[in-house]
Structures are given as C-alpha cells and as structure tokens.
Design a protein. Structure first.
Lengths: 411, 153
C-alpha cells in the first residue's frame, strides 16, 4: 500500500463540495491514484455474499478495482480473502468464478496455497535428481499473495487491505447500517447474476446511484406509475463520513399531483395492460416501497418493491466499468412471492424499466465532457452540505460521495 | 413443419429488426413465457431473467414502455438465425432450438456483436392454426450486456 504522500493528482479543486472538476472522470493519473488510495486504501470493499462460500473449501473470485482476489471458507469456518496472484510469477491462482477445492494450485508452476492463501508447497523445491530447485534459505512464509481483513455483516462479505480501518459498523454508520439490515434480515438466495458493461468512469455510476434528484425525472416509468415521485414521502440519509447513503420512498397516497405537469416524465396516459407485476407485497413491515443504499466506493443494495439485488462496481479503465448484478430472493420465499420477484426483476437490471437509462446516462456525460477537462459539474441542489435530508430534491448524497472520495484520495 | 417454424422465427426477427416492435407480441400466445437469460444462469437454474414476462400483455407493456417511457439512443438489431432444430410434437406442443446472432448498430454507426445464443422455444398452434410461441427462453452465451438491453432479443 502506498504510504508516501505524493502531490495530489487533482491540484485545483473548487472550495466546498458543490463543484466536481470533469478531469476526475478522464485522467489516467487520477485512476492510478484511486487504485492505491481508494481500492487498496482504508475503506471496506464488498467482496461477495456469505452464501457464495457456504462450506469449507468453497471459494469465489471477483475484483476490488484492478485487484483480483479470492474469497474462501477456511477449515475453521471463517471467511478469508487474499489477492488472486501467485507469489511466484504473478499469475492468477484461480481461473473460475467460484467452486470448491481442497487447496489452491497455480497452473503455471504448480505452487500450492492453503485455503487462507498461505504458500504450502513449491513444485521441485528440492530440485530433480539433486539438481536445480530453490535455494535452501527460500522462506515460504515470506511469500504469498496479500491477505485482506474480512468482515461479514448481514450475509455480506467485506474486505480491506488496511489494518487501520475502523470496524464496518463505524465505517457505514449506525443509521445506514439499520437500513441495510432492514432488507438483509434473513437468509438470501441468488436468483440471477448478470454483468452490465457501462461506457463511463465508475464514479459517474456511483453518483447516479446516490443522486436522489434524477430518479423520477430520467426514469419516466417510475413517475407515471407512481412508484416514486419526489412529491411522495421519503428522504435520504448520508453517513457523517459521506461513505454510506440510503434513500427511501414511501408508498404513495394516490392523490392528484401536478408537481410534474408539463415535464417529459409526466405521462398520465400510460396504462399497463398487465399491471399484475406492480402488485407488490409489503414484506418488510413498513411503508418503504423503495430503498437504494450504497457504501463507498462500489457497493449498492437495491429494494425496488420486491426486486432485491446487490450491485458491485468494478472499474475497467478510465471510461469503462462493469456492474455486477446479483438478484436476490429469500430462502423462505413463498412460490407467490418468488413469482412476484421474477416479474418485478423487469424494473431493474440492464433491461430494467426504471434502470435501463442508468446504464446509458453515464456514457452521455462521459461523451459530453470530452473537451471540458477544465470545467466542473454543478452539484448544488439542496445547498452545499452532505447531510441527511427529509427530501429527495437534493444532491446531498452526491456531495457525501465526494466527501468520502476526497478524504480517501487526500485531496 | 420445419418450414413453418423457420418462417415463424424469421417473421419474429423481422418485426424486431425492422422496428415494427408492436408486431412482436403477436407471435406469442396470450399465456406465454418470455425470458432473456444467460448460459451461466440457465445452467445454474437461476430463475430470474433480464426480461421476464408470463403473459403476452406484459410483452405489449414492454414495447409501450420502450416507445413512451424509456430513454435509449437510436439503435437497430440484425438477427441472424440458425436452422431450427425441431423436436417431436407432444400434445400439440413442439420444442425448438434455434441459434441466433444479433448485431447492434448505434445511431453513430458503431456496430457490435451484441448477443449470441440460443432460443429454447416451445411452439403451439393458436386458434387459427398458426404457430405461436408458448415459451421462448433466450439464452445468451455471454453474461455481459453492453450498456443496456432495450429492444427485445
């Protein structure tokens, strides 16, 4: 991990959180700094679901930024994680998304690792026929992939390379943590996994997730069918450190509402031929019908009625990223509730009625700012602070994102 | 029967590729299942789809949403279909497997292989005797979707 203090990559940042220089979405230097300061930095990073590694020897692979890693269930039942990089020549150790093994063996030269990522054996270490082999003083314990600190909360596995990071409760904050546990309150089951390749810098997608202002304006499906309108009750909470956010929309009272009159998003004529999939089941014993929650830098938990999903951001370059969707149900779903989830899955994901546009809008920005590196975005709705608000007509949570980003980037 | 089913496939693809999206639900029975998934999800038995409709009315709604509500850049598909592999007819229902390749062309001319995979279909005759899809599971080879999936596959 980078311990030296270098010149910040972005040397001119306007005062406060209400302007974002477009350079931060374009600059390869910024992206390199993000890898060391954010992805290998002091935050907790979502790794996988706990049920992805159900028993000893189960493993799953994904990425934190550019760093590939392995999550595994060790012999003593704990969940561990280590970099997916052989200590010998740097090859990937695991080549699949997941599975179950006794131990790990690099295919290149057959170096073996135990389930915790400790180097267990080196092929031909003593040579062959008395010749070759590694020097006698080669220290196996000193060679191995980097290991992550791992924590499991509400069935989610998070990891960090930092020993100084406070525990996950402190990182996320108790308010947002309560929202997370509200949804993930019992054993989940994976019902689908999809990857969406987005033509934009990863930050543009995370800002979109935290942008409570855009939802009912860009996504007209929402507005017209009154799944969410800013005039419905709800609000946004942002953790003190800016790291976590949760926005909520309350069930609507179907009263006439003209606050969108004349806007593109207002189309009162649109009627569903088969409205059965909008008959959501209130399964969380409250009147919150929509909750979007995020943890900096790349974790999102979605509850859109009964459509539940975890989304994970993996940057793939300055102007591209992958979004990994894991659609969830609960293990004890009734057949009726499961059927409703399958229908409501139409709302989210790459083909989602209300999230399709989110896949494209980051690219619209990325292209729009092509010649505007020295200009800045305006993030001023709701004022200048990054504090929780009783309204969603605010960009407080986006400012919270930048608060967390600038803290970790030391800008 | 092979010719009739191949013609059904071709007509359905033509509706999507020529922008006559409103014609597309008509190739399905009133009660039907249309699901877009991936090989990985299909093999693991995961139930959810990128698109999931259990009635023709839901297909009509999807087209209406694409026309009236959703925002996406102008684009068109070109479906290239393989020869249908037609199974035995049981109780008036026939299982059909057809490979597909979809090239997507964006408004700026950018072209890409957007999807390749197989249609796992179950076709039946409707009241007029025409073959219609009772079930179409679109199994994409890749789990990675570029930007968004607007027009159905």
């Amino acid at each position: 991990m980078d311990q030296t203090v270098r010149e910040p990559a972005v040397d001119i940042w306007p005062a406060g959180l209400t302007r974002v220089p477009y350079r931060v979405y374009q600059d390869a230097t910024v992206a390199r700094e993000e890898q060391t300061r954010v992805f290998e930095g002091p935050g907790w990073h979502y790794l996988c679901l706990e049920i992805d590694v159900p028993e000893t020897g189960s493993y799953r692979t994904t990425m934190i930024g550019a760093m590939p890693f392995v999550v595994a269930r060790a012999e003593d039942g704990t969940v561990v994680a280590f970099e997916n990089r052989c200590a010998h020549r740097g090859s990937l150790i695991c080549l699949d998304d997941g599975g179950r093994v006794k131990d790990f063996q690099c295919v290149y030269h057959a170096w073996r690792y135990d389930l915790r990522g400790n180097l267990a054996s080196v092929a031909f270490r003593r040579g062959v026929n008395g010749m070759g082999g590694m020097p006698d003083d080669f220290d196996m314990a000193a060679h191995g992939p980097r290991k992550l600190r791992v924590t499991v909360v509400a069935g989610l596995v998070f990891g960090t390379l930092s020993n100084d990071t406070p525990d996950i409760e402190a990182y996320i904050g108790s308010e947002v943590m309560a929202r997370l546990k509200r949804v993930l309150h019992k054993k989940v089951e994976v019902i689908g996994r999809f990857t969406q390749a987005l033509p934009c810098n990863w930050k543009l997608y995370m800002e979109n997730v935290r942008d409570t202002y855009h939802a009912s304006l860009l996504h007209t499906f929402f507005t017209t069918f009154r799944i969410t309108r800013l005039s419905q009750g709800g609000g946004v909470m942002v953790s003190e450190n800016g790291v976590a956010h949760a926005s909520t929309t309350l069930a609507s009272a179907a009263t006439p509402d003209d606050s969108y009159a004349g806007m593109r998003a207002d189309n009162q004529d649109l009627k569903l031929q088969d409205p059965s999939f909008m008959k959501a089941v209130a399964e969380f014993n409250d009147n919150i019908n929509l909750q979007i929650l995020s943890v900096f830098p790349g974790f999102i938990l979605q509850q859109i009625h009964n459509a539940l999903a975890v989304r994970q951001i993996v940057p793939r370059g300055v102007d591209s990223m992958d979004l990994h969707w894991t659609y969830l149900g609960f293990a004890d779903d009734t057949p009726e509730l499961r059927a409703m989830r399958l229908k409501q899955a139409n709302l989210a994901g790459p083909a989602g009625f209300v999230s399709m546009e989110d896949g494209a809008v980051g690219g619209f920005v990325q292209r729009g700012i092509g010649a505007a590196a020295d200009q800045a975005a305006v993030v001023q709705m709701g004022g200048a602070s990054a504090e929780s608000a009783e309204t969603r007509a605010t960009e407080a949570s986006v400012r919270g994102f930048w608060k967390a980003w600038r803290t970790q980037m030391r800008i | 029967m092979l010719t009739e089913i191949a013609t059904l496939n071709a007509a359905c693809a033509r509706a999507l590729d020529s922008g006559k999206l409103e014609d597309w639900p008509g190739f399905f029975l009133d009660r039907c299942l249309y699901k877009v998934t991936t090989a990985d999800n299909h093999e693991k038995g995961y139930q959810a789809g990128l698109i999931y409709a259990d009635s023709r009315a839901m297909l009509v709604d999807r087209i209406m949403a694409l026309r009236e509500a959703n925002i996406y850049e102008r684009q068109r598909y070109r479906h290239i279909l393989g020869m249908p592999l037609v199974g035995a007819e049981t109780d008036g229902s026939v299982a059909v497997e057809t490979s597909f390749l979809v090239v997507r062309t964006m408004r700026d001319g950018q072209m890409m292989v957007f999807a390749a995979g197989i249609y796992l279909d179950r076709v039946k005759r409707d009241a007029s005797g025409a073959w219609r899809y009772a079930e179409r599971i679109v199994v994409c080879d890749s789990q990675r979707i570029d930007t968004l999936l607007a027009i159905p596959l």
